[in-house]
Design a protein around this ligand. Structure first.
Ligand SMILES: N[C@H](CCC[C@H](N)C(=O)O)C(=O)O
Length: 257
């Protein structure tokens, strides 16, 4: 079988993108997903995204982590918007469907702005926090995130009984200033640290700015810079949550597999 693909990255979180409007990709073949994401035997990526037609939306994105599991992916969604514009499916504004529901997005000044789903609230977890921003995120505020043992500590939390059986993504957050943080993430389904995680930095920004009526938090990641804007709802929870950052096409090709 020969598959045509496009490789995208959003602040270093990288994805195999496939125009699957023909619906020819077998979504039950998780071995194929893992092989295409394998960095030695395949194309190599944190995840794989199919773009399909949908009667009620501009398009539907189907996201797979590298291990074949599915979840909402913020950086992947931003790359899906850029890819759909490249394919001519959308222009600078779009309304599309992902696993966690409908999203709006805008392409402006070379960046993709993604409207995330509302968040009902933040849970305390001993000294840490938990937020679901379309995928589950454990948040730990730390002093010097550059030196932090992200893989070891992240893996321990991800597989802890607290989050069994589904697990969680784990984010370590350092305060840089009152409106700027540095975030490193251990990602479920990649089972490693990624260079950035869109739903993760969104969760981190909500925790960091949870006592503010509204905020725009600048976020540094190992893979580049993102920002998150949000409004705190009087009843608790958050709305108007925008994840903003670049989404670039790196290369395209075909793979015989
Ligand atoms: N690994 C995550 C999904 C991808 C999240 C991340 N790549 C993002 O940009 O949101 C999970 O299994 O919940």
């Amino acid at each position: 079988m020969e598959i045509t693909f496009y490789k995208y990255q959003g602040t270093g979180n990288d994805f195999v993108m496939i125009d699957d409007r023909s619906e020819s990709f077998d979504v039950s073949d998780l071995e194929l997903v893992s092989k295409l994401c394998d960095r030695k035997f395949g194309i190599g990526a944190d995840g794989l995204i199919l773009i399909r037609n949908h009667p009620d939306y501009d398009f539907e994105m189907i996201y797979f982590n590298a291990d074949g599991s599915q979840s909402m992916c913020g950086n992947g969604a931003r790359c899906a918007v850029a890819f759909s514009a490249f394919l001519g499916i959308v222009t600078s504004k779009t309304h599309f469907l992902a696993i966690d529901g409908a999203h709006d997005a805008v392409i402006k000044d070379g960046l993709v702005q993604l409207l995330m789903g509302d968040v009902s609230g933040i849970e305390s977890k001993e000294q840490d926090y938990f937020v679901n921003t379309g995928s589950p995120h454990h948040i730990r505020l730390v002093k010097a995130v550059s030196d932090y043992p992200v893989f070891a500590e992240g893996k321990e939390v991800r597989y802890s009984s607290t989050y069994a059986p589904g697990g969680t993504n784990v984010n370590f957050v350092e305060a840089i200033s009152e409106d700027e943080i540095f975030v490193r993430t251990y990602e479920r389904g990649v089972e490693n640290e990624t260079l950035s995680c869109g739903t993760g930095v969104t969760a981190a920004a909500l925790v960091y700015g949870k006592d503010l009526p509204a905020a725009e938090i600048k976020i540094n990641t190992l893979g580049g810079k993102l920002s998150v804007k949000f409004t705190s709802k009087p009843s608790g929870g958050f709305s108007d949550i925008w994840l903003i950052g670049p989404a670039e096409q790196v290369f395209s090709g075909t793979i015989k597999i």
